[in-house]
Design a protein around this ligand. Sequence first.
Ligand code: G3I
Length: 372
Amino acid sequence: MTRPGLSRRAALAAGLSLASAPAFAATPALRAASLRVLAADKGVIFGAAIEPEAVDSDFGFETLLRRQCASLAPENVMKWNALRPTRDGFDFTRADRFMAIAHDQGAQVHGHCLVWHEALPSWVEAELTPRTGRALLTDHIARVVGRYAGHIQAWDVVNEAVERNDRRPDGLRISPWFKALGPDYIAMAFHAAHAADPAATLVLSDYGLEYDDESWMVEKRGTMLALLRSLKAARVPIHALALQGHLIGGRPRAFGAGLRRFLAEVADLGLEIHITELDVDDRKISGSLDRRDGVVAEIYRTFLDTVLDEPAVTRVTTWGLSDRYTSKAGMFPRPDGQGVRPLPFDADLRPKIVVQAITDAFAVAPRRRARR
Ligand code: G3I
């Protein structure tokens, strides 16, 4: 089957010898598709994570978001260190601005994140104890989820709860929340979020679940499945698992049958599956921009082909939309000093071959029943 997808030029530039790579039909000139429309045609909500200031200062980016995204996620403004400058003071300024932007754009919101071991303000360490921890956790969630109840359709309730290197039999991360409250902090968080907004889809999010040829990821999948089963058995109000989807460009990496099987097992628990932080770290990819973009696009395409085959996958969110605003620039810069290119649109807000790859993945994806 001739697979629509990368142009011959991009495929060659990506170092894909056409003999080995899937047949790439020469595609028409790259069209700036509307990813939100293409995704919606298959019952998937496509979106991106943003910082409100980037939208307020950049009309071109605001316009791009409006055309491309049916959902927006707050990259940082709803984390503890943004909302809680002091123990008793909440600052919702930036979060409210983010919500106003989403409303203006007619976009849904995927809230991020209520409980995480990172992005905690310095005062939390002294305050988070076995005696105070439950109230600190549940009051925070009640206040934040309650403020936006009815306006945030999905919440990353607990982020990155699994860390096998902490050597616990249950594979849980020994985070500040775990130290203060034990494993039950997870259930506490979900119950508090559900009480504050019964209509919201509640999500457990983590990274390192994507690749079949990374043994630690395969083991983490097993740990995650056991955790999900225990939460469901305890009737915890959890509705979805999020694979963050921070993918890695460089040596060929495999996501395929193992990932498909994992997603099917998650779906069999009655859970939705969200891809919530999709991007491709391209710092290890050498060569021309065309070649780099071609390799990145191929990764987007093969990952999305795999996950979109699973009908339980209902949301795909990229961690940023344009290379003009990506945290990877600061967190994972390229050794050669060139700009990183992890996202669908370049720093000039132009569609890269990645947009073609996402477009083609949605084109061949099976339709699923649209959810809330
Ligand atoms: O806004 C301040 C700025 O005023 C200050 O001058 C600057 C230097 O200190 O820091 C700025 O805040 C930074 C913020 O990003 C906004 O750029 C924080 O230091 C920095 O820690 C923060 O990093 C974020 C990181 O999570 C930690 O919260 C990244 O932008 C964000 O992309 C990243 O996202 C995480 C997800 O939440 C969870 N999954 C992994 C993902 C990638 O690490």
